[in-house]
Design a protein around this ligand. Structure first.
Ligand code: 6CS
Length: 283
């Protein structure tokens, strides 16, 4: 009888192992199941049109949330809810579970790729600088700002343009953190900064709304790469990211992806011409 007992014990252990293994899949899918039950996915956005925008009535739009809303709907998650965050706070917020995904034009760069789980590329853009009409300081690159010892440049906190300016040699005290687009334009108009840097489409949107003939756009910023974002998921949510990518690929193929982003000024071809692997490996 003893022998039988041992065999039974071994069999039940083996069965438990098989069940656990079979549950791995469902454990991975639990995040998507959780979002379906929640009824919405919590997006981190910056409110920087045309990437992301929140209207006075709270309606969320912009190319990144619109793509995410459509994909989550296809995955069975009825809606999205957005919180505005500074770029530098998006990844910590995602890791702390305050958001389910960052859909904000958070450009893929190696250090970010190491911290989150990106989808395939969604929105690509070059960098721009907003300056006073006539570009009095002759800026063409971030290095030009560094060389002019009296020059200051505004950029989003924790954003790519802040990093580019610092890496080009602009001292920390001459890189001014700007909370949002309207503040950046005002600070430039008031002479509190000599340049304000954001991606080209964001700067163009601000210039159109400012309707100020004393502003000039320098684009692209010489020496700055063209970046692309992806939807950024928390490490551990790879299954959710993979499900997102399956739908994104279908929409790229069918033309629905282009239909969503191109009216905002983005190029579907640009996003489809590159990949997460390439962008995360870029120097
Ligand atoms: O990914 C970033 O850091 C940058 N992305 C956008 C869309 N705007 C500014 C920000 O610095």
């Amino acid at each position: 009888m003893k022998k039988l007992g041992i065999l039974a014990g071994v069999a039940s252990l083996a069965l438990a192992a098989v069940l656990a293994a079979s549950n791995v899949g469902s454990a991975d899918d639990s995040k998507l199941e959780q979002l379906k039950a929640q009824g919405f996915a919590r997006l981190a956005i910056a409110n920087e049109p045309p990437y992301t925008a929140v209207a006075a009535d709270g309606k969320v739009s912009g190319a990144a949330p619109d793509v995410a809303r459509e994909i989550f709907k296809r995955l069975g998650v009825a809606d999205v809810a957005a919180s505005i965050s500074e770029y530098g706070a998006m990844i910590p917020g995602l890791q702390a579970g305050r958001f389910d995904v960052v859909t904000a034009g958070l450009f893929m760069k190696p250090e970010r790729c190491a911290a989150v789980v990106y989808s395939e590329p969604v929105l690509c853009d070059a960098e721009a600088m907003l300056v006073k009409k006539g570009n009095p300081k002759g800026f063409k690159s971030y290095e030009d700002v560094a060389k002019d010892t009296t020059a200051t440049i505004g950029a989003p906190g924790g954003g790519t343009e802040e990093k580019l300016a610092l890496n080009a040699g602009v001292p920390r005290d001459r890189v001014i953190v700007v909370p949002d687009g309207q503040s950046g334009v005002k600070m430039l108009q008031d002479g509190r900064i000599d340049a304000y840097s954001l991606p080209v489409l964001s700067i163009n949107d601000l210039v159109k709304k400012a309707n100020d003939p004393n502003l000039e756009v320098i684009a692209p910023v010489q020496g700055a790469p063209v970046y692309c974002d992806g939807a950024a998921f928390k490490k551990g949510d790879e299954a959710l990211r993979d499900a997102f990518d399956v739908e994104l690929a279908k929409m790229k193929k069918s033309g629905e992806f282009a239909k969503i982003i191109e009216p905002y000024g983005f190029s579907a071809a640009a996003a489809m011409s590159t990949s997460r692997d390439k962008l995360c490996a870029a120097k």
